[in-house]
Design a protein around this ligand. Structure first.
Ligand code: ADP
Ligand code: ADP
Length: 226
């Protein structure tokens, strides 16, 4: 089964701007996939649509067989999203942040704490569960974003420019974490504008530019062409 199938995806924002002009992308289950493109290419728009944060204008999206139009809850349950910007309440303890996210998926509170413990431990943050998120270092905040995205054990983890503006040490530890998570079976889609990052991590790649797909291939084949 494919983790993601996008067919003819278009997005026209209310101001008339065409951010996606008919994009087709297929991501196989178990893949580590790069969505590459310069700033403004439409990567965040595509991710927003897959994650039900942005309405598409037309086209089809299927996630592990769930159609976004017919079964949005099914799609939602399969996806964990790590957005580009920190978007949690800085005055909330980090344990609560992760537990509340589980509530978003209808997981009851007691079970939510069990899941939160699991994902916070995985990211080395369990000991800090009572701390306000604002007290965390930049690297810990990044890890909190990932812990939160994993709380419902999604089959597909999408990370939007997770290493933008992050120093090399933290970037390396995030790379290791993503590789290990993928090895354990989670499908990963990473957006980035660094080709080197995509090259070292990802097996398959799509490149978009100005809302159009310009490449969709295996990473080794693409590198061979360059
Ligand atoms: P939609 O068409 O999906 O409903 P909107 O056009 O309503 O989206 O825009 C959502 C928000 O994004 C608005 O607050 C809008 O002002 C803001 N926005 C507008 N232009 C841009 C832009 N170029 N980049 C990022 N956000 C923008
Ligand atoms: P990327 O993630 O590849 O940098 P985005 O998907 O954020 O690209 O943006 C693609 C284009 O759509 C950009 O030109 C951006 O300014 C525009 N855009 C993004 N959000 C909105 C919005 N809400 N309204 C209008 N234009 C938008």
């Amino acid at each position: 089964m494919n983790a993601l199938e996008i067919r003819g995806l278009k997005k026209v924002y209310k101001n008339g701007f065409e951010a996606l002009k008919g994009v087709d992308i297929t991501v196989q289950e178990g893949d580590f996939f790069a969505l590459l493109g310069p700033n403004g290419a439409g990567k965040s728009t595509a991710i927003g649509i897959i994650s039900s944060l942005v309405n598409k204008t037309s086209g089809q999206v299927r996630v592990f067989g769930h159609d976004l139009d017919r079964d949005p809850e099914g799609v939602k349950s399969c996806i964990g999203l790590v957005p580009q910007e920190f978007n949690f309440n800085m005055w909330e303890p980090i344990g609560e942040i992760v537990v509340n996210q589980a509530g978003f998926y209808g997981i009851p509170r007691k079970e939510a704490w069990r899941r939160a413990e699991q994902s916070l431990r995985q990211l080395d943050l369990w000991d800090k569960r009572h701390q306000m998120s604002r007290t965390l270092s930049g690297g810990m905040k990044r890890r909190l974003m990932i812990a939160r995205a994993l709380v419902h054990q999604p089959k597909l983890l999408i990370l939007d420019e997770p290493t933008a503006g992050v120093d090399l040490e933290i970037r390396r530890s995030m790379w290791e974490f993503m590789v290990e998570l993928n090895r354990q079976g989670t499908t990963i889609i990473l957006t980035t504008h660094y080709l080197e990052e995509a090259e070292s991590l990802c097996r398959n790649i799509a490149i978009i530019n100005q809302g159009r797909l310009v490449e969709h291939s295996r990473m080794d084949q693409l590198l061979h062409q360059l």
